[in-house]
Write a protein that binds this ligand. Sequence first.
Ligand SMILES: *Cc1c(COP(=O)(O)O)cnc(C)c1O
Length: 365
Amino acid sequence: MSKSIQVTRSSMPYFEEYVEEIKDLWKSHWLTNMGVKHRQLERELLEYLNVSNITLFTNGHLALENIISTLDLTGEVITTPFTFASTTHAIVRNGLKPVFCDINPDDYTIDADKLESLITERTSAIVPVHVYGNVCNVEKIGKLANKYNIKVIYDAAHAFAVTVNGISIANFGDASMFSFHATKVFNTIEGGAVTFQDEKLYKKLNELKNFGITGCESVGYVGGNAKMNEFQAAMGICNLRHVDGEIEKRKFVVEKYAERLNNIKGIKICKPRRGVKSNYAYFPLVFDGYKVNRNEIFEKLKSQDIFARKYFYPLTNSFECYKGRFDAGKTPVARYISDRVLVLPLYADLDLEDVNRICDVILDK
Ligand SMILES: *Cc1c(COP(=O)(O)O)cnc(C)c1O
């Protein structure tokens, strides 16, 4: 039996490198609450992502919940159902109503041409997702947001290190959320961040992630606890040193997949838009008119101990917990893609041999 292949494998620094990084914590005994490592990682990420403002969180989901909360949104928020549960939940858990916009069939990001018809006087924000690291139509979304005076918060969980015509992805909209979960291109074990335009938000975001404590004897907000600890930050400091190399290795894997799977009738590969520097976070295939369907490929791979993922199926507007509240029939393109998409295993150290084994199963070779 050949070895099993998971959809992803977390990037880790050398063991000695991490141990070296956490050593001083045994001197300071300062383990969380915006310590030295936390501050260092914030500084390094500001530079790496080329942004003016950033604050770290214990995970990406709470980063998103907190930035939504910080902006005091009301009423309706337009978003995509073709995403991870987190995006929709973060809106609903803030007491806001998600309004689902369909996606475009080329790169599966929110269809900017369908946005305007969904904007009402109750709309306070748009939460698009750079899904798979594919960049949303940021120009058009920015124009609409200006015209209607609404906020834009990008779920950039998949888009760490992506640039558009040399501009860091973290610079679009009012704010962007990044996830540093173990499965993402850059990880702090669990972790996340918000980058944002308005520097005044820094204080409030930091207070919100620390129970809303605004002073020694004052609590100004009903905040939660979403602080990144020092061990997470130390992991981030180490992983950040290697992330460019990891992305290069991912690129190699993606190119090998593409060589085998390009120009196969009924298999669609998604290519980055012009000017976009990709982070090679995911390798989604859409099976449309191929000799076997997505579910059969998924099962066939599984029977060989190869674990692909149906990202994103089901759509968030079809979740059991939202039963009766939304109509997935209103986002037909998202539903179509969701029924046909499969994300193949992809990580920096995936062997060429394994890539070929996976392609052989798909191509029935
Ligand atoms: C991973 C992910 C999140 C949540 O991030 P966590 O760090 O796991 O909390 C949110 N949105 C998308 C699209 C994601 O893939």
